[in-house]
Design a protein around this ligand. Structure first.
Ligand code: SAH
Length: 245
């Protein structure tokens, strides 16, 4: 029986892959990978490794999650080294926990290989630290996938602190709702906000604005997915800290 390596592929820049991830990829019999994985990383797998694309993108799945779980299980019965490669970190909105549970319930061995999450590294490549002395004492990573006007939101919108950085993943299509909601709960309309597309890659694009005008700016600059939203005073630090591209 094989083992499944639930592996983070990092945010895009191939060099942000961990050494441990690279080792298991180079030793893989099967690689099961998502849309957000940099194709250059896939080239590191052995020539004869079986490559299975399961195309997870922004909560829309090419294969439903239960089928992905089953693929991992079946491959682990067949082959020795099964690498499940996901964008960023497998346990940050990556459903890695569900896959691990499915395997554990069926007696399959697994390892978790954390990755560099986009939530921190993508802002970093835009020159935005998620915390900064005197400006932000905490940061929160929130799903932007859920429409904030949904009847029973799982997000406690009123709990956001005034000095907290908020990072929304999977939120580009909900940007207008998110900004509206943040203003509704008392965030100043001129709170700095950035939307970063394909951070850490050569296609990185950054739109900077405020809760009030970011929707317009994003439209004007033609920002597309994958993109994350970062809200808070730390965004202003980009003026001084911008370094990439
Ligand atoms: N497990 C991943 C997140 C998966 S959710 C991680 O730890 O990074 C997918 C969302 O992550 C995307 O919708 C987008 O909001 C964000 N994302 C991932 N890579 C990104 C990148 N290079 N640039 C901007 N956003 C990115």
């Amino acid at each position: 029986m094989g083992k499944v390596y639930l592996t983070g592929a990092g945010p895009g820049d191939m060099d942000l892959l961990t050494i441990k991830a690279l080792k298991v990829i180079r030793n893989a019999d099967v690689v099961v990978y998502d849309r957000l994985v940099n194709p250059e990383i896939l080239n590191e797998a052995p020539q004869d490794a079986e490559m299975i694309y399961v195309g997870k993108a922004d909560g829309k799945h090419t294969l439903p999650q239960d089928e992905i779980n089953e693929v991992l299980y079946q491959k682990a019965l067949e082959k020795e080294n099964v690498v499940r490669l996901k964008g960023g970190d497998p346990f940050v909105f990556g459903r890695g926990g569900e896959e691990a549970k499915y395997l554990r319930d069926r007696g399959i061995d697994f390892e978790i290989i954390p990755g560099v999450t986009s939530a921190i590294s993508v802002p970093a490549y835009a020159g935005i630290p998620v915390t900064h002395r005197g400006i932000a004492v905490s940061f929160r990573v929130v799903t932007g996938h859920e429409a904030p006007n949904k009847q029973k939101s799982q997000i406690d919108w009123n709990s956001f602190r005034y000095d907290e950085t908020i990072v929304f993943l999977m939120g580009l299509h909900n940007l207008a709702n998110i900004c509206e909601n943040l203003i509704k709960i008392g965030k100043a309309p001129d709170t700095p906000c950035a939307v970063i597309q394909e951070g850490t890659t050569n296609n990185q694009k950054v739109a900077v604005g405020t809760l009030e005008n970011i929707v317009e700016t994003v439209k004007k600059e033609g920002i597309g997915t994958p993109a994350l939203i970062i809200v808070g005073q730390v965004v202003s630090l980009r003026e001084d800290l911008k370094w990439f591209r």
